[in-house]
Design a protein around this ligand. Structure first.
Ligand code: GDP
Ligand code: IMO
Ligand code: MG
Length: 423
């Protein structure tokens, strides 16, 4: 019988801890594949006292000889990819033989990065707060049928590249945006040469063939549902479908091939960049969460905005993704709190609302349930038997509200600080 693809994706505004859990789950799978996003992602993994941040390379590369795939839905910057792959090789992880790259993945050009900066500058105060990696302009070119793909580097690439750059230059000049392309272009071209060391394939054939051979596949999401181009807090979103359906288009697997959907969330909430965030805290509690959770972006170093968990947004994310199992991260960050709040509804113009609205504006006033804190160091806990009563009460409360079982709890950044719950 043909296997199914399990999907792991973020349910909030990104940085939920996807990288860590993909690494933990990888031993159960034969293949790990990224299906969307690009180097705007920063997935952190910690084990054996080492810390790695992956941007374009799937988080399945550290657990034995698994096949890793960068799917067609991903956008790839060859210069950043090279830096990432070379750093891994230096630390003893040569991925050349284990990584396949879809020929259909789109290339992020140096001019896409410039366009990202130019569009952000033009937006002024209403800027998205992008990661500056050229994500939006690359997906724009893909959709407007002007993009360059990984497979394009195999034939007449220089010509195709120059044509694209000329078009981008026109836009940049029309915006009076000053830039120095030379500074990054040669490094980028070296990245293109470096890519040729890898197997560039039509990865949809590989994945479907492996599924037929009953090999198991884990699809690794980037960003989070609330940053999805369709369902996120538009226009403060990324430019890809981060939701489960993105797996089908981003890897070439049919909807009926999707198996388990692991939805991952923090015990609280963070957001980096601009845009609405109903439960954001501007007080000492928010500061405390930020400090204890080391909430600084792994790609840009920006301080992440912090707040209480938002169950209105989480329920919405569970709905659009068809989540079958929940994974709660960073529980330990709340260890010292007397009480913990969870937003169960919004009040908008005096009315109580439990459906995530079209526009999450400043008018939203969160309505909170308050739970007792567990006030215990969770970082050393080895099994669910050791969970304090208040922590179990928090888990039950969430499961009851969200109507999906929590099957994994994370109590620290290390691979070992992961508790699997028997359900
Ligand atoms: P991703 O983008 O979803 O992979 O998440 P990031 O790596 O950007 O951000 C998650 C951060 O939290 C990383 O620095 C992780 O090392 C860290 N982390 C993951 N799980 C836990 C946890 O359970 N507790 C704590 N304290 N940190 C964690
Ligand atoms: P991971 O995979 C958190 C945010 C940016 C910005 C918006 C658009 O590590 O969870 P973009 O550069 O994509 O055009 O930026 O999306 N953003 C992320 N926030 N985690 C991420 O990835 C993000 N990738 C993009 O901050 O608000
Ligand atoms: Mg991240």
């Amino acid at each position: 019988m043909t296997q199914k693809v399990d999907v792991l994706l973020g349910l909030q505004w990104g940085d939920e801890g996807k990288g860590k859990i993909v690494d933990v789950l990888t031993p159960r799978y034969d293949v790990v594949a990224r299906f969307q996003g690009g180097p705007n992602a920063g997935h952190t993994l910690e084990f054996n006292g080492e810390k790695y941040v992956l941007r374009s390379i799937p988080s399945g590369i550290f657990q034995g000889d698994k096949i890793n795939i960068i799917g067609n839905g991903v956008v790839l910057d060859p210069a950043l990819f090279r830096a990432e792959a070379e750093a891994l090789a230096k630390s003893g992880h040569d991925i050349t033989k284990r990584l396949y790259i879809s020929k259909k993945a789109h290339l992020i050009l140096p001019t896409h990065r410039l366009l990202d900066a130019a569009y952000e500058a033009a937006k002024g105060d209403s800027k998205v707060g992008t990661t500056g990696k050229g994500i939006g302009p690359t997906y724009t070119d893909k959709i407007s049928r002007n993009g360059l793909r990984v497979g394009d580097i195999l034939e007449n690439f220089e010509e195709k590249y120059q044509k694209a750059v000329a078009r981008h230059r026109q836009i940049l000049d029309s915006m009076n945006f000053e830039y120095d392309l030379q500074a990054t272009e040669s490094e980028w071209m070296e990245g293109i040469e470096f890519l040729k060391n890898f197997r560039m394939i039509d990865s949809e054939h590989l994945i479907n063939g492996l599924l037929k051979e009953e090999k198991s596949v884990l699809a690794e999401g980037a960003q989070g549902t609330m940053l999805d181009i369709d369902f996120g807090s538009y226009p403060f979103v990324t430019s890809s479908n981060t939701v489960c359906a993105g797996t089908c288009t981003g890897l070439g697997v049919a909807p009926n091939r999707i198996g388990e959907v692991f939805g991952i969330f923090k015990a609280y909430c963070t957001r980096v960049g601009s845009g609405p965030f109903p439960t954001e805290l501007f007080d000492a509690v928010g500061e405390k969460i930020c400090d204890l959770g080391h909430e600084f972006g792994s790609v840009t170093g920006r301080r992440r905005r912090c707040g209480w968990i938002d169950l209105v947004a989480l329920k919405y994310a569970i709905m659009v993704n068809g989540v079958t199992q929940l994974i709660m991260m960073k529980s330990d960050v709340l260890d010292t709190f007397e009480t913990i709040k969870a937003c169960v509804a919004y009040r908008i113009d005096g009315k109580e609302v439990t459906e995530f609205p079209f526009e999450a504006t400043d008018k939203i006033e969160p309505i909170y349930a308050e739970l007792e804190g567990w006030k215990m160091d969770m970082t050393k806990v080895q099994s669910a038997d050791e969970f304090p009563e208040e922590f179990n009460a928090y888990l039950s409360f969430l499961e009851n509200e969200l109507e999906v079982p929590i099957t994994i709890v994370s109590v620290g950044p290390d691979r070992e600080q992961t508790i699997l719950l028997q359900k």
